[in-house]
Design a protein around this ligand. Structure first.
Ligand code: MV4
Length: 661
């Protein structure tokens, strides 16, 4: 085994790889960008090397800087994690040249599988089924027209250089082909520097099922069962599970054999994943092979009882696979959810800021692979993935119940997350029934979803917190103690802004210790005794009913977590101050839209002063050769456009100021 390795990644995966190293007695050095000086993967490391400024091109994608860090650390091997350079044969080759072991397959296998047309040819040759279509050398418009007629409609245009859905176009009839080919080719050239296209018959509502494989240096390859990843949003997986509810033992065996044959055709070694589409008739088709450890690998780990990162390191160190295909048994059911820093109520815009509180749920059958902590700063430079929640139970129904209960207890305060969307998925009847397909999220989550209204307990908690109930059991404190707030009097009228709407409530503090607080809101009355639990955390008692509210101050207001959901409560601001304050805040009334990552403004679709509707396209940012539309999160007026077309901007740069109409 290695004495020391370098982890060329960040976030939860860097933390997860470091844990495997610690268990193996391997020293792990990590790398970090200037924005990640106090990131979790650095805090828990013994050795850390700065590899450059925040933008990924200058740090986590910088091959010379990574090789230099590995040399300085005296690392014998480099683990690339997922994303970044994990599937770039250039990094594997640079490692080879530097005499460092790349924890992954040989660069030739990475290069073959990186070309979707070549991969299809290679796996077809060994009898693995692919989606009927065309992936010949000649991809001129005439050839594609002829082949399209042969395949029939509807069909799908895909980019040979791509994968992951980029450059994909649906063509429903012959007349649409030419325009679709042109635009797909343009996008593929810009995204991958390769405009080669292929055609496939369009499968309606397929499932996405992928098979984990492992291979050693001696030609032994085994499959570790499948994962179902049908719940995706814009080709990003959101929920994954193992085994697939659509796969029985016979199909699993056929999928596993096909995956091993595909991997063998590529001369594969180490851990890899073969993706298939499964149609409604139960036929499967090879889609592509991912030559890395995947985000969703933990569900396979729980269902097989194996540690894939430890196995990757053993295989990279040249050990033979000790495991036989026949020994492998799947047990129980595992489901993973990706917890992302993004606002599901505002077009899933990536979110940044300070995580005030990060409390993943704990308990039997609950695993958290986390990359953040209370007090951490989330940057827009990187992927929004904060953590993964993985649950395991004896069968799927128990796992779904465990997932639902765990999501309810998951608390993230300070930045918005997709937890409301995940809770919706877990509770959805079609999900519970295991009827998954690629259009599932269109059913479960509409673009115009709004947060649940704030319960009255939330307003009472803020009022009590303002009066110091959060820190001191009796004595009021804070700016309101001597103002209009006088505990011991009858109710006082207060106004709060909740989700952009002003609400009047009447609040009365207890006259004596042990007495309840009272609040009146729109004629509804509520009484609760309030006790401080820990700083910022209040226990509310209504008779025997108890609940805790977590309150934290945020510029111009409070963030309250109650029952696993979060609300932002503000004080109404005088009109003259409102504009200045909202320009800094991230409130609903006025929103500063920032570049989610460094890139180039390639299109400005609106003008200053223009009225826009929710979801309307405002600006297109090109980053890492992919176009990212920035849409209006709500109806409003464009106050300012800060950059013209052609401008190159850093991640987090303010692009548009939008004011609610
Ligand atoms: C397809 C397809 C239907 N027919 N290919 C490929 C990459 C993946 N991210 C999306 N891919 C698809 N390829 C054919 N011939 C439908 C999809 C697809 C999809 C697949 C799995 C999970 C979610 C999806 C969402 C949209 C489209």
């Amino acid at each position: 085994m290695f004495r020391k390795i370098l982890i060329a990644n960040r976030g939860e995966i860097a933390v997860r790889i470091a844990r495997a190293c610690r268990e193996l007695g391997v020293r792990a050095a990590v790398v970090y960008s200037e924005a990640d000086r106090r990131a979790l993967h650095v805090l828990q490391a013994e050795e850390a090397y700065c590899i450059g400024p925040a933008p990924v091109r200058e740090s986590y994608l910088n091959i010379p800087a990574l090789i230099d860090a590995a040399r300085r650390a005296g690392a014998e091997a480099l683990h690339p994690g997922y994303g970044f350079l994990s599937e770039d044969p250039a990094l594997a080759e640079a490692c080879q040249e530097a005499g460092i072991v790349f924890v992954g397959p040989p660069p030739e296998a990475m290069r073959l599988m990186g070309d979707k047309a070549a991969a299809k040819v290679a796996v077809e040759r060994v009898g693995v089924p692919t989606v009927p279509g065309y992936h010949g050398e000649d991809d001129s418009l005439e050839a594609l027209r002829r082949e399209a007629r042969r395949i029939g409609f509807p069909l799908l245009i895909k980019a040979a250089g791509g994968g992951g859905g980029r450059g994909m176009r649906i063509v429903r009839q012959a007349g649409e082909l030419e325009a679709a080919v042109e635009s797909a080719r343009r996008e593929a050239r810009a995204a991958f520097g390769n405009g080669r296209l292929l055609l496939e018959r369009l499968l309606e509502r397929p499932r996405h099922v992928e098979v984990q494989v492992l291979g050693d240096r001696f030609g032994k390859l085994i499959s570790l069962g499948e994962r179902e990843c049908s719940i995706q949003r814009r080709h990003q997986k959101v929920v994954e599970e193992a085994p697939s509810p659509a796969v029985d033992a016979a199909l699993r065996q056929r999928l596993g054999e096909a995956a091993v044959r595909a991997a063998r055709a590529a001369g594969y070694q180490n851990a890899g994943t073969v993706e298939f589409l499964l149609d409604q008739e139960g036929s499967f088709y090879f889609l592509e092979m991912n030559t890395r450890l995947q985000v969703e690998h933990p569900v396979t780990e729980l269902a097989t009882g194996l540690d894939l990162v430890k196995l990757q390191l053993a295989l990279a160190a040249g050990e033979p696979l000790a495991l036989d295909q026949e020994q492998l048994a799947l047990r129980g059911h595992a489901i993973e959810c990706r917890v992302d820093a993004e606002d599901p109520f505002h077009d899933h815009l990536p979110a940044a800021g300070r995580i005030e509180r990060f409390e993943p749920p704990q308990g039997p059958g609950v695993r958290n692979d986390v990359g953040t902590y209370s007090g951490d700063q989330v940057s827009l430079h990187y992927d929004p993935l904060l953590a993964k929640l993985i649950v395991y139970a004896e069968d799927r129904a128990a796992a779904v119940a465990r997932l639902e209960a765990a999501l309810e207890r998951y608390a993230v305060v300070g930045v918005p997350t997709n937890l409301p969307l995940l809770r919706r998925v877990a509770a959805h009847p079609e999900f519970r029934a295991g009827r998954l397909h690629t259009a599932f999220l269109d059913l479960a989550w509409q673009p115009q979803e709004t947060p649940a209204p704030a319960p009255t307990e939330v307003l009472l908690a803020v009022a009590a917190f303002e009066l110091g109930a959060g820190t001191e059991p009796s004595a009021p404190a804070g700016p309101w103690a001597s103002g209009p707030w006088q505990p011991g009097r009858s109710g006082l009228p207060v106004r709060y802004v909740v989700d952009g709407r002003t609400e009047r409530v009447i609040v009365a503090a207890p006259l004596a210790r042990g007495e309840p607080w009272r609040i009146e809101r729109r004629g509804e009355r509520l009484e609760a005794a309030i006790e401080p639990a820990e700083p910022g955390r209040l226990l509310l008692r209504q008779g025997a009913r108890v609940g805790t509210a977590t309150v934290s101050r945020e510029s111009g207001g409070w963030l309250v977590d109650w029952g696993g959901c979060q609300w932002r409560i503000e004080r109404p601001t005088p009109p003259s101050l409102a504009a200045a304050a909202s320009a800094r805040s991230d409130g609903h009334a006025h929103r500063a839209l920032s570049a989610p990552m460094p890139g180039k403004v390639v299109r400005v679709a609106v003008a200053e002063g223009e009225r826009v509707a929710a979801h309307q396209l405002l600006v297109v940012l090109e980053a890492m050769k992919i176009e990212h539309p920035i849409n209006a999160p709500f109806d409003g007026t464009i106050r300012r456009l800060l950059y013209p077309e052609g401008a190159v901007v850093d991640g987090g740069t303010l692009l548009v100021e939008l004011e609610a109409k």
